[in-house]
Write a protein that binds this ligand. Structure first.
Ligand SMILES: Cc1cc2nc3c(=O)[nH]c(=O)nc-3n(C[C@H](O)[C@H](O)[C@H](O)COP(=O)(O)OP(=O)(O)OC[C@H]3O[C@@H](n4cnc5c(N)ncnc54)[C@H](O)[C@@H]3O)c2cc1C
Length: 395
């Protein structure tokens, strides 16, 4: 799909409109930072409504064909502005795997499948989760063992997934399963839409170090999935998954917004934390560390900008996304460590503790920061991608 051109003036207007929209209609219920699941039924309801609002305003799904409620064109500048403004306002993006699953349906689904599922994504009626990773298949996703065996007009699914973000409140799952064990591993995988309330599906939330449960284990015991829920053709699952994962670019520029905000919050807190006769911000070693972090955030901003420009011009390099992701996760982790180490004991109290500062932000940030070195491809895998696809080094 070709990208539409938007002038800088139009984009400024658009940004103001998005900002106003978020201020007026955005969820007022607080959400934790990061790719978190809503913690209460109230938050879940809020996210369903917010999903519908984003789609109705064309701040989500604008690139969908008109017959499915979109505008039928892609404008990556506008897409970027929306992601940045959501991050700036600390308001969640579309929950779960709606973005991934809709892309799979738009690119590979049938007209019947699109007509049945896309409107329910738009209305927030159906929240989706991504059922890809398994205990023995994360980085080596193609090694997955969950099987789907055709039995009449159904596939019978057995196996286990893990890390399933939002699985505990999702209505549908975008599932990858092995339909042919006799061919090379990438070729025997198929993609399905799975009703999470089907008999034989067990979802077990995992308790994390942050005290929350964002992701889950999901078990399948003889789960019968209608054959009409296959996306594309049997064995096409690997191509479908790669195509939908490859189009998940919206977060890149927003990550810079997030890092700048964290840096500014930390600096502000340091300036208000007494130390000696002044504040922590007056100390030379603190200033050195904050200056170094500032330089790293701004370097990332420049790297991201350059990669977005290349992408816009159709000259994206195969290592671009991996460099952005690796660099972001490292700066994010460094900032989280700085928060705890520079602020010291005041930073380690939980939200709700009378002695905590900034609602427990620094402790939560620190405990959560490892997420980005793992989710969406680990740092080692990103380095492999940069080395092999970017630099042409041997495997
Ligand atoms: C917060 C979060 C949310 C997630 N949400 C979802 C979700 O909703 N749905 C879903 O399907 N998945 C989800 N994931 C899973 C995520 O995609 C995997 O965690 C990731 O792909 C890594 O796989 P793994 O955890 O199995 O680690 P492994 O692949 O087992 O890796 C373990 C370690 O070995 C290293 N390693 C592995 N292979 C190599 C190699 N070839 N070279 C060098 N080092 C290597 C890794 O870097 C890592 O340090 C989520 C993960 C996180 C952290």
């Amino acid at each position: 799909m070709t990208d539409q051109e938007t002038t800088p003036e139009e984009l400024d207007q658009y940004r103001l409109a998005v900002r106003e929209f978020i201020a007026e209609r955005g969820p007022k219920v607080p959400f934790r930072a990061g790719t978190r699941s809503p913690e209460t039924p109230e938050q879940q309801q809020v996210l369903r409504r917010w999903t519908a609002e984003l789609f109705a305003a064309q701040y989500a799904g604008a690139s969908w064909p008109e017959e499915y409620g979109g505008l039928g064109g892609q404008d990556s500048d506008k897409h970027r502005v929306v992601a940045e403004e959501l991050a700036r306002a600390h308001v969640p993006e579309l929950p779960g795997a709606i973005g991934l699953a809709s892309t799979a349906l738009l690119d590979f689904g049938t007209d019947e499948q699109r007509a049945k599922y896309l409107p329910k994504m738009r209305s927030g009626e159906q929240i989706w989760c991504q059922l890809f990773s398994e205990p023995g298949a994360g980085s080596d996703l193609a090694g997955m063992r969950t099987s789907a065996v055709l039995d009449g007009d159904h596939y019978v699914v057995n196996g286990q997934k893990v890390w399933t973000t939002n699985g505990h409140w999702s209505d549908m799952g975008y599932l990858l399963a092995r339909t042919n064990p006799s061919v090379p591993k990438h070729k025997g995988i198929s993609a399905f839409m799975l009703d999470m309330r089907s008999p034989g599906v067990t979802v077990r939330p995992l308790r994390e170090i942050t005290g929350t449960s964002d992701f889950n284990e999901v078990f399948f015991d003889d789960v019968r999935v209608p054959a009409e829920n296959l996306i594309g053709s049997p064995g096409q699952g690997w191509a479908i998954a790669n195509s939908s994962l490859g189009r998940e670019r919206s977060g890149v520029a927003a990550t810079v917004v997030v890092l700048r905000q964290y840096w500014a919050s930390l600096w502000s807190r340091l300036r208000r934390t007494p130390a000696g006769t002044g504040t922590l911000a007056d100390q030379a070693d603190v200033q050195q560390r904050m200056a170094d972090l500032y330089a790293r955030v701004e370097t990332l901003a420049a790297v991201v900008e350059a990669s977005l420009e290349r992408n816009h011009a159709g000259r994206a390099k195969p290592q671009d996304a991996a460099i952005n992701k690796l660099f972001f996760s490292e700066v994010y982790t460094a900032l989280a460590y700085a928060g705890i180490e520079l602020l010291g004991s005041t930073a380690v109290f939980n939200e709700g503790d009378p002695d905590c500062v900034d609602d427990g932000l620094w402790q939560d940030f620190f405990l959560y920061c490892r997420v980005y070195t793992v989710a969406g491809g680990s740092s080692e895998i990103m380095r492999n991608v940069i080395a092999e696809r970017g630099l042409g080094l041997p495997r």
